[in-house]
Design a binder for this molecule. Structure first.
Ligand code: RUB
Length: 319
């Protein structure tokens, strides 16, 4: 029995995720579901078991790209969990239907979350942003559509400057933006009514894993009594943390931090580039999901309701 054939569409998606051409937890989840759909559609596996093996191998290839955003394994869990049947045709049809259903739910969840998050925002509020989160922007879009007038302070978000994407998208929504370097956040918190951030993973104890720099921002915001709101669809809840697993923090290439020439100029040093950090629940005022707003400490009850105590690994052979 040879290696299962992974279709080019899956390989391309995996490379794009690893290289951050596709990035952000919800966008990664959407792309992974789309890639599994392509694998199912294009597969020429002969026999049901060969098809299942291919789908599992494709899911493992996608999973191997970036370790931190739980939306990726949750997307694979959803789609593979819907794969059902005893012929290639029935397996193909159920997988494609599962992938489409997942992507449709993702869009609805983000709209529902946005409507809830918008309730926190009052006319004339200033919001401070970190990173680029489509869940956060959904809250702002919903508020703007209701006629709420907002102003934005946007952190640059080194090293990849996702703040620039946030700044552009806020401008497109008609929100006036002030861009600041990351180190200036403390000063501008005094002028901010809220901090809004996204999440790559939320753990069972209510800790929030998000773009590096979220934690110091949240700690400083707490010191100044500026509420910290995390916009995170339930897709960001990590079921493995219910049984004590921890979230792996991705370490990325040092060249994102310092160029080759600069490095030579500085001399022999170590450069580290963690992509995410963990904000403890005590610094978070609310986690806004499509199921409502939760104090971080109570998110575990929602997790149990959604996932039970078990987390599945349907991409493993023999599962
Ligand atoms: C993106 C990031 C975002 C979350 C949430 O990191 O930390 O805040 O993924 O985004 P990266 P969304 O750019 O390294 O992928 O709300 O769009 O899911």
């Amino acid at each position: 029995m040879g290696e299962p054939e992974i279709r080019a569409a899956v390989e391309e998606t995996a490379v794009q995720i690893a290289e951050m051409e596709i990035r952000g937890a919800a966008t990664i989840a959407d792309a992974a579901a789309r890639a599994l759909e392509r694998q199912a559609t294009e597969s020429d596996a002969e026999g049901a078991e060969a098809f299942r093996r291919e789908m599992r191998a494709a899911a493992r290839r996608l999973l191997d790209t970036r370790p931190t955003a739980v939306s990726l394994p949750n997307s694979l869990r959803y789609v593979l969990g819907r794969m059902d049947g005893d012929s290639v045709e029935s397996l193909r049809a159920s997988t494609v239907a599962g992938a489409r259903e997942f992507r449709a739910r993702l869009e609805t969840a983000q709209d529902d979350l946005g409507a809830i998050g918008a309730n926190r925002l009052q006319d004339g509020d200033t919001v401070l942003f970190h990173c680029h989160s489509t869940d956060v922007l959904s809250c702002i879009e919903a508020a703007v559509e209701r006629g709420t007038s907002l102003e934005a302070i946007v952190k640059e978000t080194r090293p990849r400057k996702q703040g620039h994407i946030t700044a552009r998208e806020l401008r497109e929504l008609g929100v006036p933006v002030t861009l600041i370097v990351d180190g200036a956040a403390g000063r501008y918190l005094d002028e901010s009514d809220h901090v809004f951030v996204g999440a790559d993973s939320v753990t069972a104890d209510g800790a929030v894993v998000n773009k590096i720099g979220t934690r110091p921002l949240a700690v400083t915001a707490r010191e100044r009594d500026t509420p910290v709101v995390v916009a995170a669809q339930t897709l960001k809840l990590d079921p493995t943390t219910l049984s004590g697993h921890t979230v792996e923090i991705e370490m990325r290439d040092e060249r994102e931090v310092v160029g080759d020439d600069e490095r030579v100029e500085i001399g022999e040093i170590t450069v580290e580039n963690p992509a995410f950090d963990v904000t403890p629940p005590r610094y978070v005022d609310a986690i806004v999901t499509e199921r409502g707003q939760f104090p971080p400490e109570s998110i575990v009850f929602l997790m149990r309701e959604l996932f039970g105590e078990q987390s599945t690994r349907p991409w493993e052979d023999g599962s």
